[in-house]
Design a protein. Structure first.
Length: 151
């Protein structure tokens, strides 16, 4: 289900399904993604449709923003909106490709460190992020690279 919806058309179809089902939290989250897609297309100019990897990045950005909102709501003691934000987060996370386990990420780190050398955190980090492309959060990868090779 995940990869097929990471296109503009897939997001639109999902939005229509949730509008029909009257799922206001999902509609809100998907409209935000569609807005980000439109904004990005306007910024790029002469692009009729964003590639799935660009849509993936926009969905990931929206997930980060929702997580930040949840954190802020918790700190402010505004629990009444938390469920709405958690619903949005769950919907968008379900769109993402299956994540990698820490063990899989460590394998990529070891392979990359062997190729790039263990002395350059930046090079290793950049190469590993290219290999995990959307299947692992940068924060987790960074922590694992630091743990494995130092940095």
């Amino acid at each position: 289900m995940a990869d097929q919806n990471l296109t503009e058309e897939g997001i639109q179809q999902l939005l229509l399904e949730h509008v029909r089902a009257r799922n206001k939290d999902a509609v809100s989250a998907l409209k935000m993604v569609k807005t980000k897609i439109s904004t990005e297309k306007g910024r790029l100019k002469n692009v009729s449709e964003l590639p799935p990897d660009a849509v993936l990045k926009l969905v990931q950005r929206e997930i980060r923003e929702i997580r930040e909102t949840i954190e802020s709501l918790q700190k402010a003691g505004l629990g009444e909106r938390l469920q709405e934000e958690h619903n949005k987060l769950k919907l968008l996370e379900d769109l993402l490709p299956a994540g990698l386990s820490e063990e899989d990420i460590l394998k990529f780190i070891d392979e990359t460190a062997a190729e790039q050398g263990r002395d350059n955190f930046g090079k290793v980090m950049k190469a590993v992020m290219g290999k995990v492309a959307g299947r692992a959060e940068g924060k987790l990868v960074s922590e694992l690279v630091k743990k494995r090779i130092g940095g």
